[in-house]
Design a protein around this ligand. Structure first.
Ligand code: NAD
Length: 492
């Protein structure tokens, strides 16, 4: 069924035909062919989602009833965890243990939002105190309606879960479009939801390109809410398009996140977290801490250790035992990362290690883990997202200078600080202009905690109870009850 679209509870061929080739980034071989949805297919999916929302068969269920489906989806993912993780590896390139972690996290996300769906029943309304005894008022939460979810390729199933789970928990219906280069596990999610008995039209999964299928979703007047993760350029376009119909939007975009390491930090621990902050998932992480600021006293020693450890990273096929760094997701991404490193060289930066195709790999989009120093503060290398295993390191002297350099960015997704001085770490954490701050680590992410960016890194928050709010409207219901008439126009 990988060449079909999941619309209204059925697997359908795209109305106008058309396919997209799926390439294993490790071998560059075509491994599948998926359907390319067109505007007609998107319209059918949105109509199905609209009907499923408007007839109340999903939106009017109790939270506990919806939770049962979410738990069944979580169980369905877990039942096939290893198989789905392997699919993620051949589609995306990431090492198997990371894929396995992601798939487990995706299941956990459905379980978590099942819990929040049940909580909606426990708190159906909030009484509002008013200054006029003739009125009583309450606030209730209701699902927004049809949600269009457009997701990237770096965490294919997990990004789907981050959007589909809270949307379904809230009572919304969904049209999901995965990234064209990594759609396989989103199709498996549709199978699992179908098997879980999710009513027809509640979840629709359409594969296809951003410019056709994605564009048709954002343009559709019957979509009430757009939830997007991806590049800032497309996010900006989505927000502009959404403005036309005042669609609700949540955007999770790019970053160039800083990691400030003070000289009281343990060098081994710092190097470990700096590496985790940029090499995990081949650096294709929106929150990757790609700008590392190291205090002068340990700068040289830390860099030396950093380069030595980086050279030891085992690069290989994601399914091979012991692989810690797989290929980049696509040729486009590989070429983009290579171009960014060339740009760094022309800007006068120095590549300490890495900088090109991983030695020994003639095939596959394998890029060496790369450490860059001396990138000019006003250049592209220091300021623009590279989205690959490429880190820029520079020294600083004072806390004030570190905070200023860290915050000097149009992005504000994440930031990290490492210091044995807790008061200083808290002070710096408070000073960061970013939506996600890590102290003494970088990247660990929990479904329970809010996720999203300041500045051009996005708008709104996913995960936790904030993620549920993304898919809810707030309605006030105010009642007039008095023995005396209102008496504005009619006095007697
Ligand atoms: P992208 O923003 O182009 O694609 C993300 C999703 O949006 C995909 O599903 C794509 O099909 C869809 N899309 C593209 N154009 C669209 C349009 N006009 N209307 C509706 N949907 C559209 O990202 P990309 O090209 O896959 O990656 C480019 C850059 O995006 C990366 O280098 C990185 O900087 C950034 N990125 C960020 C994240 C993140 O998690 N924040 C994830 C992946 C990529």
């Amino acid at each position: 069924m990988r060449d079909k679209l999941y619309i209204d509870g059925q697997w359908r061929a795209p109305a106008a035909g058309g396919t997209v080739e799926v390439i294993n980034p490790s071998t560059e071989e075509v491994i599948h062919s998926i359907a390319a949805a067109g505007a007609e297919d998107v319209d059918a999916a949105v109509k199905a989602a609209r009907r499923a929302f408007d007839d109340g068969s999903w939106s009017k269920l109790t939270g506990a009833e919806r939770a049962k489906y979410l738990c069944a989806i979580a169980a369905g993912i877990r039942e096939r965890q290893a198989e789905i993780a392997r699919l993620e590896v051949i589609d995306n390139g990431k090492p198997f243990p990371e894929a396995d972690w992601d798939v487990g996290d995706a299941a956990g996300c459905f379980d978590f939002y099942a819990g929040l769906a049940e909580e909606l029943d426990a708190h159906p309304e909030e009484a509002i105190a008013l200054p006029d005894a003739r009125f009583t008022s309450k606030a209730v939460k209701e699902p927004i309606g049809v949600a269009g979810a457009i997701i990237p390729w770096n965490y294919p199933l997990l990004m789907a879960a981050w959007k589909v789970a809270p949307a379904l928990a809230a009572g919304c219906t969904v049209v999901l479009k995965p990234a064209e280069v990594t759609s396989l596990t989103a199709l498996e999610l549709a199978h699992i939801a179908d098997k879980a008995g999710l009513p027809a039209g509640v979840l629709n999964v359409l594969t296809g390109s951003g410019s056709v299928a994605g564009q048709a979703i954002i343009d559709h007047t019957d979509v009430d809410k757009l939830a997007f993760t991806g590049s800032t350029a497309v996010g900006s376009k989505i927000m502009a398009t959404a403005a036309r119909d005042i669609k609700r939007v949540s955007l999770e975009l790019g970053g160039k996140s800083p990691f400030v390491v003070f000289e009281d930090a343990d060098i081994g621990e710092a190097v470990e977290w700096i590496m985790f902050g940029i090499f995990w998932n081949q650096g294709q992480v929106c929150s990757a801490t790609s700008r590392v600021l190291v205090q002068e006293g340990i700068y040289d020693r830390l860099l030396e250790r950093r380069v030595a450890e980086t050279r030891k990273i085992r690069i290989g096929d994601g399914l091979a035992e012991g692989t810690l760094l797989g290929p980049l997701v696509s040729k486009k991404q590989y070429d983009g990362v290579q171009a960014a490193v060339e740009k760094a060289r022309t800007e006068g930066a120095k590549v300490l290690t890495g900088g090109g195709r991983a030695p020994g790999f003639n095939k596959g989009y394998y890029f060496e883990p790369t450490v860059i120093v001396d990138a000019p503060l006003d250049g592209e290398t220091w300021n623009e997202e590279i989205f690959g295993p490429v880190v820029c390191v520079r020294p600083f002297s004072t806390e004030e200078e570190a905070v200023r350099l860290a915050n000097d960015s149009r992005f504000g997704l994440a930031a990290a600080v490492m210091s044995k001085d807790d008061a200083r770490a808290e002070r710096v954490a408070a000073a960061f202009r970013a939506g996600i701050v890590w102290i003494n680590c970088s990247q660990p992410t929990f479904t329970e905690a809010p996720w999203g960016g300041y500045k051009q890194s996005g708008i709104g928050r996913e995960l936790g109870r904030w993620g549920l709010e993304n898919y809810l409207e707030t309605k006030q219901i105010t009642r007039f009850a008095s023995d005396n008439p209102w008496g504005w126009y009619i006095k007697d």
